[in-house]
Design a protein around this ligand. Structure first.
Ligand SMILES: [Zn+2]
Length: 123
């Protein structure tokens, strides 16, 4: 049963209307932009610089995960899809690095900087 009052208290002040019922338990929500941690884990996209603070642990883990994955596919021949993919990935990384710096998450910024340099070396 949908518990309105519980969901209201779970929904970090004013974000109630963006909260999806199946995501109300054990899912961090950014109080600034209402991005869910589970959304970030699915898409790799964060909503705003504040997300870096709210999801810090997951963001660092995510950054390390895709770093590891890319090493496995790095030796495959490049095709157009990969090149397009990499330039999109690069744009995303550059944006994430700027946001990490803006939110003073220098540990993450350093990880992203390494990834960006490696990715640029592959293009
Ligand atoms: Zn946010």
């Amino acid at each position: 049963m949908f518990d309105f009052y519980k969901s209201l208290s779970d929904a970090n002040q004013g974000n109630f209307w963006n909260v999806k019922p199946d995501k109300m338990e054990a899912d961090l929500v950014c109080p600034k932009c209402s991005t869910h941690e589970s959304d970030f884990l699915e898409t790799g996209y964060l909503g705003c610089p504040y997300c870096y603070k709210v999801f810090a642990t997951s963001v660092v883990k995510y950054a390390q995960d895709i770093h590891g994955k890319r090493e496995h596919v790095g030796k495959m021949p490049l095709n157009q899809f990969n090149r397009k993919n990499k330039s999109l990935q690069l744009q995303q990384l550059l944006k994430q690095k700027e946001e990490a710096i803006a939110s003073e998450n220098f540990e993450l910024a350093a990880i992203l900087k390494e990834k960006i340099e490696k990715l640029m070396g592959e293009m």
